[in-house]
Design a protein around this ligand. Structure first.
Ligand code: ADP
Length: 430
């Protein structure tokens, strides 16, 4: 199974814990076998452990300096695998000593220590699977052989149980290693996808903003000449109607271009906010005046709640006005004759202010609500009498987020809709 530099680094970081655990466990084994095993043998085994610990330390720490799968990394990995195989084999020798020089009780004692060590290796070494297999194979292989040749029914039974345990920890180690490799592959795929999406988004924004600039200049000329034509007294009624159509279509196109440009600027983070203390009552008064003149044309009533004149918001005045006018104009456009649009303010806990725009229009069908914030989606209103671009709400939501707030809505078909903006507010003076 292949490995990955990130996994070998992870294992490299565990080297200190692994070597320290080995030192402690080896001392325990030496103490347990002391006086049962000839001193020279035990000493030789101890020295081998020290050499293995040192080579594990050096080869393990060396893994930390490799961040790429290159030949140097492969060499370092190979050295680590060899060190681990040697270390596992020396552990296996501990059980051989117990078989040759001691009794079943000592063999079980050594086994208990080995099982603990293998258990620890599942967590600390198995992400580098070859090293784990080399380590565990050497250790448990010799242990199993030691039990089998140790003789007796108990030896065979213990050998088989140890085999079973070895299979279980092998599977656990493989699962952990695979899971880590899979999640690394997934992460790198996600990273690539995100980079591609970001690059595409930047290209789109650049394209949109340059196109919008290019389109606006000739369009302004068309609109300017159409306005001049309208003033011409020699035009007959038909010509006058045609000129009005040019102006209407041109205005719509200009709105569309401006909104696309605005959205492109917002999405690419080019909007500079001018945050200042804004007296809310003043701002709402301006919005009410503008909304009233639009509402009169649509035969819709406007009702603004009176609000505390001391209420201030730290916000961008122009952008908040844009947000509220957009919600108000939707409330008016998608209303019915004789309907109403109202605006309310309410202080929420933790110094937040909710501004709600309610209308008594046709509402938005439940099935269409998930598409509400999709750019250019007019939810079937394309053929209706009201002009629109389908980007207003997308811009509104982005702006509200830029202002540190959230936008929410609720709508019932046939009853009406309400959109609210929650914003941070300064506490009222006592
Ligand atoms: P536009 O109004 O330019 O079409 P918006 O992004 O502001 O674009 O709105 C998208 C769509 O959501 C509208 O076309 C309309 O179908 C629906 N919509 C928005 N606000 C309301 C509302 N208050 N009542 C009913 N429908 C609404």
């Amino acid at each position: 199974m292949q490995s990955h530099p990130e996994l070998t680094q992870h294992v490299g970081r565990n080297t200190l814990a692994g070597v320290a655990a080995t030192g402690l466990a080896a001392s325990a084994v030496a103490a347990g076998l002391y006086e049962l095993v000839p001193d020279a043998v035990l000493l030789g085994w101890g020295l081998m452990q020290v050499v293995c610990m040192a080579s594990r330390w050096f080869t393990g720490r060396a893994l930390l300096s490799h961040t790429q799968a290159d030949p140097a990394w492969e060499r370092a990995l190979r050295r680590y695998v060899v060190a681990m195989a040697a270390s596992g084999f020396v552990w296996g020798l501990a059980s051989l000593q117990a078989v040759v020089y001691a009794d079943m009780q000592s063999q079980l004692f050594v086994l208990a220590i080995l099982l603990g060590i293998v258990g620890g290796a599942v967590a600390t070494v198995s992400p580098v699977f070859n090293a784990y297999v080399a380590y565990m194979g050497g250790m448990m292989g010799v242990q199993i052989v030691a039990f089998l040749i140790g003789g007796g029914k108990l030896g065979v039974l213990m050998g088989m149980l140890t085999m079973l345990y070895t299979v279980v920890v092998f599977v656990a180690g493989r699962t952990l290693s695979r899971t880590m490799l899979d999640s690394l592959a997934l992460r790198s795929a996600l990273q690539t996808a995100k980079e591609e999406a970001d690059a595409a988004n930047i290209a789109k924004t650049k394209f949109l903003s340059s196109m919008s600039h290019e389109l606006r200049t000739p369009l302004n000329a068309i609109l300017g000449f159409a306005q001049l034509l309208q003033l011409d007294r020699e035009l007959d009624d038909k010509q006058r109607d045609s000129t009005r159509e040019i102006l209407l279509a041109g205005d719509h196109l200009l709105t569309l271009i401006n909104e696309i440009l605005d959205l492109a600027r917002i999405e690419s983070g080019q909007v500079v906010l001018n945050m200042e203390a804004v007296p809310l009552a003043d701002l709402l008064h301006e919005c009410e005046t503008l909304a009233r003149s639009m509402a009169d044309k649509h035969g819709v009533r406007v009702a603004f709640a009176t609000i505390d004149p001391r209420l201030n918001l730290k916000t961008d005045r122009l952008r908040l006005k844009q947000v509220l006018l957009n919600l108000l104009s939707n409330g008016i456009k998608y209303n019915r004759r004789g309907g109403q649009v109202s605006l309310d303010c309410e202080l929420l806990p933790q110094d937040r202010l909710r501004i709600t725009v309610r209308d008594t229009g046709n509402g938005i069908p439940k099935a269409l609500q998930p598409q509400l914030f999709q750019a250019f989606n007019r939810l079937g209103k394309e053929a209706g009498q009201h002009e629109g671009t389908g980007i207003g709400l997308v811009i509104t939501r982005e702006l509200v987020q830029l202002l540190g707030g959230t936008l929410g809505f609720e709508s019932t078909e046939g009853v009406g809709s309400e959109f609210w903006v929650d914003l941070p507010a300064s506490p009222l003076p006592a």
